[in-house]
Design a protein around this ligand. Structure first.
Ligand code: EPU
Length: 337
């Protein structure tokens, strides 16, 4: 059913007030096909929403919003070592992680507590604590708006990069992701090399952690520094960590020998955007209801009634000051509408 003038404030984790001119919840592929056959998609390009956790509305949406509510989890293949699961795109990501962990299937436990839906996960190649969804992803199933057919895109079709994929580039606007296929391991080895995970596990005296322990440790770390969108509007990391030439790192090290950096392609390094932003004095900054989270400088927050345009204005000031101070351009990671 297509509705007019629907509020979408509860459908974006920034909690921004906006309306959709046209709005439709998609609970089956048949429903999607009937929207496709109607003339609506020709008249207005559709915007697809999953968990609404990576989108910033700066205005009401003049076209059609499709809310992905496709549900279901299926095992497609299984042997003694691994399974191929297909999870419908409207499923909640974190609940899917908990489902895998509870069954003892490894591969996505480091991606615990990332907000959003399963269908959105491959679009920005979600990642955290040394893991990215592309490491387990086998296929993406999607409805192709160009042809009206459901197609399967392979891992290589998806052209994954750091917080990047085909769906953010050439494929943008063409597909409605319907399901994601992932290979999970029955005898998983854990990946605890990143940041604080090892320290948390040691504090709990876990010398041989399993995937449930790693998941619990990551949930604890995330809850200690990232704001819960149900309590404080946000979209996780607002900017990407910038990948810069090694000469830029050398320039920054002249005054800040302590700066951390992470490996990237030859001749480049990845810098922690949160550190750059914090050095420029923005951590905990608040202007009206738009602010920079006090525990993680990469996260912009809405304290209540901030407008999308106010959040963007703050983001632009942050970009400018990081550019002036460090000669580094920060790229916004969140989708702006
Ligand atoms: N840091 C600061 N100030 C801060 C926060 C962090 O100087 O306010 C420093 C830390 O000391 C650390 C470095 O920045 O050396 C990196 O910090 P952290 O490990 O917290 O991760 P991040 O690089 O800021 C990335 C992802 C997060 C993901 C974490 C953990 C991006 C854009 N963000 O953040 O993903 O949870 O690593 O793996 O890559 C998201 O994409 O929405 C997201 C939350």
């Amino acid at each position: 059913m297509i509705l007019r003038n629907q509020s979408i404030a509860h459908l974006n984790t920034f909690g921004l007030n906006a309306t959709a001119n046209l709005y439709c919840e998609i609970e089956s592929i048949a429903a999607l096909q009937s929207v496709w056959k109607s003339n609506l998609l020709v008249q207005s390009s559709p915007l697809i929403l999953g968990g609404g956790s990576n989108i910033l509305f700066t205005q009401d949406y003049p076209g059609l919003i499709l809310l992905n509510k496709l549900k279901g989890k299926n095992i497609i293949e299984e042997d003694e070592n691994a399974l191929l699961v297909s999870v419908s795109a409207g499923e909640n990501w974190h609940e899917t992680v908990l489902w895998a962990v509870k069954n003892g299937w490894g591969g996505i436990e480091n991606l615990s507590l990332i907000p959003g839906s399963v269908g959105a996960a491959p679009i920005q190649n979600i990642g955290a604590y040394g893991a990215e969804i592309e490491q387990v992803l086998v296929f993406v199933e999607a409805f192709d708006f160009d042809t009206g057919q459901v197609v399967q895109l392979s891992h290589s079709d998806c052209q994954f990069g750091y917080r990047d994929s085909y769906f953010k580039n050439e494929g943008k606007g063409r597909y409605f992701i319907t399901a994601v296929g992932m290979r999970l391991q029955k005898n998983p080895t854990v990946n605890v090399g990143y940041g604080d995970i090892q320290a948390v596990l040691e504090r709990k005296n876990m010398s041989q952690p399993g995937i449930a322990d790693v998941s619990a440790a990551i949930i604890e770390i995330r809850q200690s520094k990232l704001p819960d969108p149900a309590l404080l509007g946000n979209c996780g990391s607002f900017f990407k960590n910038p990948i810069v030439p090694v000469a830029t790192l050398a320039f920054i090290q002249q005054h800040h020998p302590e700066v951390k950096s992470f490996p990237a392609q030859a001749g480049f390094v990845k810098l922690p955007a949160a550190w750059l932003i914090e050095q420029c004095g923005w951590k905990g900054f608040r202007e009206g209801d738009a602010g920079v989270h006090e525990k993680q400088a990469l996260v912009l927050v809405n304290y209540g009634t901030a407008k999308g345009t106010e959040i963007i204005a703050l983001a632009k000031k942050i970009q400018q000051s990081v550019l002036d101070t460090f000669q580094v351009s920060l790229e916004m990671e969140v989708n702006r509408v």
